[in-house]
Design a binder for this molecule. Structure first.
Ligand code: PMM
Length: 280
């Protein structure tokens, strides 16, 4: 299996530029904001993951806990009961692409890595569970550190920043140092500004506009804008009808230097990237 780190360095055969990887979302939850309940059986989640790969996804991100604003937390046991059979089924089907586990719980991350996952995607930047950093250090896996103000139960209650770009970057660099101190390899740490996690639309847009400042840290940057409310607010479209908005925002993120785009419609994003890169 190709390592996620190696994949990041593959230049486009078309332009010679490094293509952003497309991470396809497999939410095994009854309540995620855009696709909750659609893939919450093992079979449905497996079929969805296989479709994302057929559409060109470079990575699959499997999650069992909704992080939409106000979402109720699930126990690690409930979360594992949702995600582990899906990761095992993907590997049993011969899926070779890297699989990431979207979790804040070290016990879920450990079990998912044992089941065949390669990457840990932690929306709390490994602050929720004190065991997360040592686990990722021990397992030598890629760890995605995402910025969030507060937690999903309170993050949209009047978020305030003096300089959102600087504050998010400095926070993530602080988390990098904590991870390195715990034994993680610096190059295995990917950063994510956390679009719509404790931010108003103006904060989200400033972070994408200035994504280059996060990329300048030298860490791969992941951006997750797909179907998010700040995009819907621009066009008045409901969550089930935000693909053009998601593609436009994803392309801007790519042109600003994102290394990974986390999306619901992998095939559409791949096609849009192919065109943008040929024409840029
Ligand atoms: N967004 C969601 C969930 N997990 N992980 C990262 N790293 N970045 C994100 O932006 C992100 C995430 C919420 O979206 P979903 O409910 O559609 O999965």
């Amino acid at each position: 299996m190709a390592s996620p780190l190696d994949l990041l360095r593959v230049p486009s055969p078309v332009t010679g530029l490094t293509l952003p990887l497309v991470m396809g979302i497999v939410n095994v939850t009854p309540d995620s904001f855009s696709d909750g309940g659609r893939h919450d059986s093992v079979q449905a989640a497996l079929e969805h993951g296989l479709k994302l790969i057929a559409d060109g996804a470079d990575i699959l991100d499997v999650g069992g806990e909704s992080t939409r604003p106000g979402a109720a937390p699930v126990t690690p046991e409930q979360e594992q009961a949702r995600v582990l059979p899906v990761i095992r089924a993907l590997r049993a089907q011969g899926v070779k692409v890297p699989v990431s586990i979207d979790t804040r719980n070290a016990s879920t991350a450990r079990a998912a890595l044992d089941a065949g996952a390669d990457i840990v995607n932690d929306v709390s930047a490994a602050t929720h569970d004190p065991r997360m950093l040592s686990l990722c250090a021990e397992r030598h896996c890629v760890l995605i550190l995402m910025h969030m103000k507060g937690d999903p139960t309170n993050m949209q209650q009047e978020p305030r920043y003096d300089d959102v770009v600087r504050e998010v970057r400095d926070y993530l660099l602080g988390r990098v140092e904590a991870a390195v101190a715990a034994g993680c390899a610096r190059e295995a740490l990917w950063l994510d500004p956390g679009f719509c996690f404790g931010k108003l639309p103006e904060h989200n847009f400033a972070l994408v506009r200035s994504l280059g400042e996060l990329c300048a840290t030298g860490h791969p940057v992941l951006l997750g804008v797909s179907r998010k409310s700040s995009l819907g607010g621009l066009t008045g479209r409901p969550v089930e009808d935000r693909e053009p908005e998601s593609l436009a925002a994803g392309l801007i993120g790519a042109l600003k230097g994102a290394s990974v785009l986390r999306v619901h419609e992998a095939g559409w994003m791949k096609r849009a990237l192919r065109v943008a890169q040929a024409l840029w």
